[in-house]
Design a protein around this ligand. Structure first.
Ligand SMILES: CC(C)(COP(=O)(O)OP(=O)(O)OC[C@H]1O[C@@H](n2cnc3c(N)ncnc32)[C@H](O)[C@@H]1OP(=O)(O)O)[C@@H](O)C(=O)NCCC(=O)NCCS
Length: 221
C-alpha cells in the first residue's frame, strides 16, 4: 500500500516523538529529531509557513507516521531558495517511501512555493542520503567543513542542490507529468501513487478522516 503525505501539526507530537525515540539506530549521527513531545510541538509550530514547512509521510494501512520532510529558511527576492531536510522512522525505510514523497514535495516547491532551488546538506559518509538525492537529480555543489552541529559536534557536509528548471525527474513540468501528477493517468510515477493512496484512503473512511484532520495533502489541486 503506498504512503500518503500530510502537513505536520502540533497534534502529531506524541506519535512523532515515539517514532523518533525508536529510530536512533537509523538516524545515527545524520539527524537528531526531537524525542520529547514538547520539543516536537515547538518544531511543528515553527513549520507552519510562510518560510518553514513540515510534512509527514503516513503509512496508508495504519496511518502511522513513517517519515518526515521539511522545507526551511525560504529566502525570497532574487534567491528563491530553501533547505530540504528528510528522514524516515525505523521500520519504514527502504520501501521507496522517501523517494516518492520527495518527488511530490519537490514539485510542490516549484509549483506552489514558487522556489527556484532546494539545497540538501548531507554528511559525506551518509551513503543512503547521497544515493537518494542523486537519484532525484540533485547535483553536488560543494563541500562545507564543520557546517552543522549535530549531536553536539560540528560536522562536515556536502552541499547538494536541485534547480526548478533542471532536467531531473523531480523537476520536470511537462503537460503529461502534470496530468499524471493530478492522478489522471496510470503508471508508477508519484502522481499515480498518490492517486492510489487517495483511493485507498477513500476506502478507509475512519483513516481518511484522521488523515484529513492531519492536513492530508492534495498534491496538485
Ligand atoms: C536516507 C533515508 C531518508 C532514505 O529513506 P528510504 O525511505 O529508506 O529511501 P527509499 O526507500 O525511498 O530509497 C530511495 C533510494 O535511496 C537510496 N537508499 C536508501 N537507503 C539506502 C541505503 N541504506 N544504502 C544505499 N542507498 C540507499 C537508494 O538509491 C534507493 O533507491 P533503490 O531502493 O532503488 O536502491 C533513510 O535511510 C533515513 O532516514 N536515513 C537516516 C536519516 C538521514 O540520513 N536523513 C538525511 C540527512 S541529510
Amino acid at each position: 500500500m503506498p504512503p500518503a503525505l500530510a502537513h505536520f501539526f502540533e497534534h502529531d507530537a506524541k506519535p512523532f516523538a515515539l517514532a523518533a525515540r525508536r529510530s536512533k539506530s537509523l538516524h545515527q549521527s545524520w539527524v537528531h529529531p526531537p524525542t520529547e513531545p514538547g520539543k516536537v510541538v515547538d518544531l511543528a509550530r515553527k513549520r507552519q509557513g510562510p518560510t518553514n514547512f513540515g510534512y509527514l509521510i503516513h503509512e496508508c494501512d495504519t496511518g502511522a507516521i513513517a517519515g518526515y520532510i521539511e522545507i526551511t529558511n525560504i529566502v525570497r527576492g532574487p534567491f528563491q531558495s530553501a533547505y530540504l531536510g528528510f528522514y524516515m522512522f525505523k521500520g519504514y525505510e527502504r520501501r521507496g517511501y522517501m523517494k516518492r514523497a520527495l518527488g511530490v514535495i519537490i514539485k510542490r516547491a516549484w509549483r506552489e512555493l514558487k522556489l527556484h532551488r532546494l539545497e540538501a546538506n548531507i554528511q559525506p559518509e551518509n551513503a543512503a542520503s547521497v544515493a537518494l538525492v542523486k537519484s532525484l537529480g540533485f547535483s553536488k555543489e560543494g563541500y562545507s567543513p564543520a557546517y552543522l552541529k549535530i549531536g553536539g559536534r560540528w560536522r562536515d557536509h556536502e552541499r547538494w542542490a536541485i534547480l526548478a528548471n533542471s532536467r531531473s525527474a523531480a523537476s520536470q513540468e511537462t503537460p503529461s507529468s502534470q496530468a499524471r501528477a493530478a492522478g489522471h493517468e496510470g503508471g508508477q510515477d508519484t502522481g499515480a501513487i498518490l492517486g492510489a493512496a487517495r483511493r485507498a484512503l477513500a476506502r478507509q473512511q475512519p483513516l481518511e478522516r484522521r488523515l484529513v484532520g492531519h492536513g492530508l495533502l492534495d498534491p496538485f489541486p
